[in-house]
Write a protein of this length. Structure first.
Length: 270
C-alpha cells in the first residue's frame, strides 16, 4: 500500500518532527475498517524509518464527532464465522498484533488526542498510545459485550494495567460508556482539556518531547513499557542497562556538553 493512496486516514509530517495520523471517516464517526488498519500500519512503518520524525499524534476528523467509534467489523460477517477460525483470520492479526502492538512497541512516543467517541477498537487504540489527552466532549467505552463478544485488540489486557482491575472489569463487563471527567478520574486519560484547546495542548506537549534527545525518549519508553511487567528488582536492573546504553550515544555527549556550556542542546538522535 502506498501513502498517496490512503483513503481512511490522513498522514501528515511536519518539519519539526511531529507527525499526525487522523482517522478520516467522518460519515461513519471515524469507524475502523480493514483498510484503516493497513493504512495505519503503512504510516507507522514510514515514520519508524524517518530519522527526522520524533513524535506521533493520533486523532479523529473533528466533523465525525469521534476519535474513533470502533465499528471495525461487519456484524453480518461475524455471525457466519466459526470460533475455530476467528483467532486465525488476518483481520485480527492486523488489528491486534500488527497495529495496536506496533503502537505499544513503536520507537517514538505516541500521543492520543481524543476529540470525541473512543469506543471498542477506538478505545483500544487509545489505550495502546503512550499519552492520552481528552476533550471535555470525549466518551469512552468497551461495549463489545453488547454484541456477545469481548474486546479483541488488547483491551482486556491494557485497560486493567492502566486503571486497575476493578475499574476495567466494570467497563468491560457492563459495556457502559463513560464521559471524559470519569475517564480522567480513573486514570484512563492523562488529563481533560477544553475541546477547542485539545490539539493545541497535544502539539505543545509534542513539541516539548520532540526537543529532547530521541535516544533518551526511545529508551525511556522501552524502560517504562517493559519494566512495568517485571518485579521491582528486575525492573531497576533493566533501567540501569538502558541508562548505561545512553552513554554510547552522541545525544548523551551533546546533552551534557550543552549543559556545561550553558546552551541549548542540538540532539540528532544518534
Amino acid at each position: 500500500m502506498k501513502i498517496e493512496d490512503f483513503e481512511d486516514i490522513l498522514y501528515e509530517k511536519e518539519e519539526n518532527g511531529i507527525c499526525t495520523i487522523t482517522f478520516n471517516r467522518p460519515e461513519r464517526r471515524n469507524a475502523l475498517s480493514y483498510v484503516t488498519f493497513l493504512e495505519i500500519r503503512t504510516a507507522l512503518d514510514d515514520m519508524e524509518k524517518d530519522k527526522n520524525a520524533r513524535v506521533l499524534i493520533m486523532t479523529g476528523a473533528p466533523e465525525g464527532r469521534a476519535f474513533s467509534s470502533g465499528g471495525y467489523f461487519n456484524i453480518k460477517m461475524l455471525t457466519q464465522i466459526q470460533k475455530e477460525i476467528m483467532k486465525d483470520i488476518d483481520l485480527m492479526d492486523i488489528a491486534q498484533k500488527k497495529m495496536c502492538m506496533k503502537f505499544w512497541n513503536f520507537n517514538k512516543p505516541v500521543i492520543a488526542a481524543i476529540n470525541g467517541f473512543a469506543l471498542g477498537g477506538g478505545c483500544e487504540i487509545a489505550l495502546a498510545c503512550d499519552i492520552r489527552l481528552a476533550s471535555e466532549r470525549a466518551k469512552f467505552g468497551q461495549p463489545e459485550v453488547n454484541l456477545g463478544v469481548i474486546p479483541g485488540f488488547g483491551g482486556t489486557q491494557r485497560l486493567p494495567r492502566l486503571v486497575g482491575k476493578g475499574h476495567a472489569n466494570e467497563l468491560v463487563f457492563s459495556g457502559k460508556i463513560i464521559d471524559a471527567e470519569e475517564a480522567g478520574r480513573i486514570g484512563l486519560v492523562n488529563r481533560v482539556v477544553l475541546h477547542d484547546q485539545l490539539l493545541e495542548e497535544c502539539l505543545s506537549l509534542a513539541q516539548m518531547i520532540s526537543a529532547k534527545s530521541p535516544v533518551a525518549v526511545r529508551l525511556s519508553k522501552e524502560s517504562v513499557n517493559n519494566g512495568v511487567e517485571m518485579d521491582l528488582d528486575k525492573g531497576c536492573a533493566y533501567e540501569l542497562d538502558l541508562f548505561s546504553l545512553c552513554f554510547t550515544s552522541s545525544d548523551q555527549k551533546e546533552g551534557m556538553e550543552a549543559f556545561l556550556e550553558k546552551r541549548a542542546p542540538k540532539f540528532t538522535g544518534k
